[in-house]
Design a protein around this ligand. Structure first.
Ligand SMILES: Cc1cc2nc3c(=O)[nH]c(=O)nc-3n(C[C@H](O)[C@H](O)[C@H](O)COP(=O)(O)OP(=O)(O)OC[C@H]3O[C@@H](n4cnc5c(N)ncnc54)[C@H](O)[C@@H]3O)c2cc1C
Ligand SMILES: *[C@@H]1O[C@H](CO)[C@@H](O)[C@H](O)[C@H]1NC(C)=O
Ligand SMILES: *[C@@H]1O[C@H](CO)[C@@H](O)[C@H](O)[C@H]1NC(C)=O
Length: 327
């Protein structure tokens, strides 16, 4: 199938982009992996969720919230708003299509996008002049690899950084940590895996600090903190069932693992726009535009207002290109 603009993802960002393109009468198709739009809100959000930003920061282009809507909306009200948005602007995403692969074909200057139709099991091929990435900042659940250092090891490393390269400091600090950890034995059975990049390089290049061990590892080894390694199969009330069959009740359950962007898994030419972490290379305010007619909406870390803004800029940019070129 061929279209002018292909949008991947039918969350608020993808829906808004489609609406803005329609305002300029630019043909577009949305591919969505779930069987519904706004799947994050409809399928993955907890019941008592309330928007943490005021309503005027949580609206999409061409449809402001009415005066009767409370300042801080409930999840259900926001979903009602999205339902009204989709109905009013008559947006029809192609559901059950997981985009698995996209590349820019130099031979015909078009994007080639492969989507798996999870109902028929077939792989569908789409061609477009423009590709808009709208798969969200929170595409994949994240289980981070962790560096665990003591504050003394960090101190040694920081002092040495004045005299040695980051690579050398990392090698030394990791050796020190290994010697200490060696006495503890293999920590991977507690779900603690060591990342490939050294702790100081990680800090330098990504800003992420290592976990400072102030005694947690010791408590884990002594059994005071119990780590149940492995996935959670189901949660019912306060009862957790683990993959290994274990069942246990808890007073409180805290999810603290975070999310990550999933763009680099399916966008093979991500380097036209994204860094390896699946976020835009360019700083604001031009983060939404890549090379080769590649765009993104919803990656400004500014919530729904940011997604709405991106959608308007992207549609306007595509309009101006179409107005002045061969297409
Ligand atoms: C719990 C929570 C609360 C939030 N509260 C607020 C708030 O109060 N105010 C605010 O402004 N922002 C809030 N945000 C942040 C942000 O606005 C929302 O996450 C918003 O849904 C982002 O919209 P999006 O369209 O960019 O991404 P998403 O809503 O994540 O939509 C992406 C869509 O792409 C689909 N998709 C992903 N990969 C593929 C693929 N390979 N092929 C096809 N489809 C794919 C997904 O199924 C999904 O439907 C919140 C976020 C979370 C997680
Ligand atoms: C297809 O996707 C829908 C929506 O996510 C899901 O409910 C269904 O189980 C999937 N079907 C198959 C065959 O994978
Ligand atoms: C998507 O998949 C779901 C679950 O498999 C199915 O009920 C629904 O009809 C499908 N929707 C489309 C548009 O194919």
């Amino acid at each position: 199938m061929e279209t002018v603009v292909l949008i991947v993802g039918a969350g608020p960002a993808g829906l808004a982009t489609s609406v803005c393109l329609n305002q300029h009468s630019i043909p577009n198709v949305i591919l969505e992996k779930e069987d519904i739009y706004a799947s994050l809100w409809k399928k993955r959000a907890y019941d008592r969720l309330k928007l943490h930003l005021a309503k005027n920061f949580c609206q999409l282009p061409y449809m402001p919230h009415g005066p009767d809507v409370p300042t801080f909306m409930s999840k259900d009200l926001f979903i009602k708003y999205l339902d009204a948005y989709v109905t009013h602007f008559d947006i029809n995403p192609r559901y059950n299509r997981t985009v698995k692969f996209s590349t820019f074909e130099v031979s015909n200057d078009k994007w080639r996008v492969e989507a798996e139709n999870n109902v028929t099991g077939e792989t569908e091929v789409y061609w477009s002049d423009f590709l808009v990435v709208a798969t969200g900042e929170n595409g994949d659940g994240n289980i981070p690899a962790r560096h665990v250092l003591t504050k003394e090891e960090v101190y040694v490393g920081m002092s040495l950084l004045k005299y040695c390269s980051v690579t050398m400091v990392d090698a030394l600090v990791m050796m020190m940590a290994s010697t200490r950890l060696f006495m503890y034995g293999d920590l991977s059975k507690y779900g603690l895996f060591r990342p490939k990049q050294g702790p100081f390089a990680t800090k330098l290049f990504t800003g992420k600090a290592p976990v400072i061990d102030v005694g947690t590892i010791k408590k884990i080894l002594e059994g005071e903190i119990q780590v149940i390694n492995g996935g959670i199969r189901s949660i019912q009330g306060k009862t957790l069932t683990f993959e290994n069959g274990l069942k246990q009740d808890f007073d409180a359950i805290v999810f603290a693992t975070g999310y990550k962007s999933s763009v680099c898994n399916w966008l093979k030419n991500y380097e036209y726009m994204m860094k390896e972490d699946g976020f835009p290379k360019k700083p604001m305010p031009k983060h939404w535009k890549g090379e080769k007619n590649l765009y993104c909406a919803g990656f400004s870390r500014k919530g729904i207002a940011g997604a709405a803004q991106d959608a308007m800029y992207v549609a306007e940019d595509i309009r101006s290109i179409l107005a002045t070129t061969k297409y």
